[in-house]
Design a protein around this ligand. Structure first.
Ligand SMILES: [Zn+2]
Length: 145
């Protein structure tokens, strides 16, 4: 039996984790806005595709994942910052996420989809990110539907 206060803090932690991991995260919204502003339309979180890609461009056979650097184990400074507390737990968890991401990309490629991963840290350079997205989607295909 936990005390009321302990329960409360557990619940808060659960909600925080959910918020961090949930869909429609800030980086994801930023990527969507950027892509939408360029005239591209997409499906969201296609549950019928491996790894539930964040943005799907059916006519182009392309998908985009927007990954948080911490959760998906990016090689950047943020991705390398693993909590000291429960370190082993986090290292394992992030490794599992990264391996699941890789399997999903391989499965998608097998199905004929081309994948692009956008990392959260890439949002710090929006112009560069925009060029990357346009290069991936094809700058002249303004209305792919
Ligand atoms: Zn990163």
């Amino acid at each position: 039996m936990g005390s009321g206060k302990a329960m409360e803090s557990k619940e808060l932690r659960r909600r925080t984790m959910q918020a961090v991991k949930s869909q429609d995260t800030a980086p994801e919204m930023a990527v969507r806005r950027l892509v939408f502003a360029q005239g591209f339309r997409y499906r969201l979180h296609a549950k019928d595709l491996p790894g539930k890609p964040d943005l799907v461009f059916p006519r182009l056979n392309k998908v985009v994942f927007v990954h948080g650097c911490f959760w998906h184990g990016h090689g950047c400074a943020r991705g390398a910052r693993v909590p000291v507390h429960n370190r082993e737990y986090w290292v394992n968890k992030i490794a599992r996420n990264a391996s699941r991401d890789k399997s999903a990309r391989i499965a998608l490629q097998t199905l004929g989809w081309t994948c692009l991963v956008i990392w959260e840290c890439e949002l710090k350079k929006p112009e560069r990110l925009k060029r990357k997205l346009l290069a991936f989607l094809g700058a002249h295909r303004r209305f792919p539907f």
